[in-house]
Design a binder for this molecule. Structure first.
Ligand code: GEK
Length: 270
């Protein structure tokens, strides 16, 4: 269910913390992702629904190498580059891991805004933030980021979100973000990238599959999840991202984190 069907659109705070979870938990305190553990007759396209929201913290932590470091870097960069009285956006915020880093590290008078079009994600974010007493620290919006207004922004985070946006909408989205940013503002874009050389792409894919095996996912879980994401997560090459960032107007861009094919770009509005 997305926010168009729920009509949900309320401000809240986001903190996904282990101590808030009260269902079957991993050793780190989060509900274990077993969504694809049982054989399915047919695998439907992946959706950010309630079932996914319930296990999302475990799912993303075990599936995306370098995720924890990326979050730390978001905090560090927010501390260095957020501007007084500006807005900091987390676009495709899910359970608000990046928004929380912005809230913790950005200049104290920054307006932190998390946007996601999954009402399941937004609802769960709100519950967690409310439980922590932080409901007035982050504004949550259940909205399509393609339609969202971006203004007065010093930091914009797209942490593994652009890959779910229709290809033709990606450049217009980056253009809009650029237009809504202040001079000196920073875009942090994380994506699963594909490699232009097929042999290297095969190698990186195999290394990622091994990473998931080491994280405890079975062959069936890996295969069914891959199939569900096939036409939903559309990866592009590092160069395509750099070209798009440059076309949007950003004067400087570099890679600040890379683990296998998971890459974080930092771009500055000079
Ligand atoms: C994190 N950033 O933990 N508008 C708004 N949200 C969208 C849209 C859209 N058009 N399309 C997809 N999403 C998070 C992780 S997950 C990445 C982000 C992953 C949302 C979608 O509902 C989901 O919550 C998020 O983008 C992508 O740092 O699952 O790999």
């Amino acid at each position: 269910m997305d926010c168009r069907t729920s009509g949900y659109n309320s401000p809240a705070n986001i903190v996904a913390g282990p101590k808030l979870m009260n269902h079957k938990q991993t050793t780190s305190g989060y509900k274990t992702d077993t969504l694809y553990a049982k054989s399915r007759k047919s695998v439907a396209p992946f959706e950010f629904d309630q079932q996914v929201a319930d296990v999302f913290q475990d799912m993303i932590s075990r599936s995306v190498p370098g995720y924890a470091l990326t979050l730390k870097l978001i905090g560090q960069i927010a501390a260095e580059y957020s501007q007084t009285s500006s807005s900091c956006f987390d676009l495709g915020c899910s359970l608000g891991a990046s928004a929380l880093k912005l809230q913790q590290y950005a200049a104290k008078d920054c307006n932190v805004i998390g946007i996601d079009n999954s009402s399941a994600m937004i609802d769960k974010c709100q519950q967690q933030l409310t439980a922590l007493g932080l409901a007035d620290q982050i504004t949550l919006r259940c909205e399509d980021i393609n339609k969202a207004a971006i203004a007065n922004a010093s930091i914009v985070v797209l942490n593994y979100t652009l890959q779910f946006i229709e290809k033709s909408a990606r450049q217009p989205l980056l253009n809009k973000i650029y237009q809504g940013m202040l001079k000196g503002g920073v875009l942090l874009l994380s994506e699963k990238v594909s490699h232009p050389h097929s042999e290297t792409e095969k190698l990186l894919t195999e290394l990622h599959l091994n990473y998931k095996r080491q994280q405890g996912y079975s062959e069936m879980e890996i295969a069914q999840k891959r199939s569900s994401l096939e036409y939903v997560l559309i990866a592009e090459t590092q160069q395509q991202h750099l070209d798009r960032i440059s076309s949007a107007g950003f004067g400087r861009a570099t890679i600040i984190n890379k683990a296998l094919n998971f890459t974080t770009f930092m771009a500055t509005k000079t």
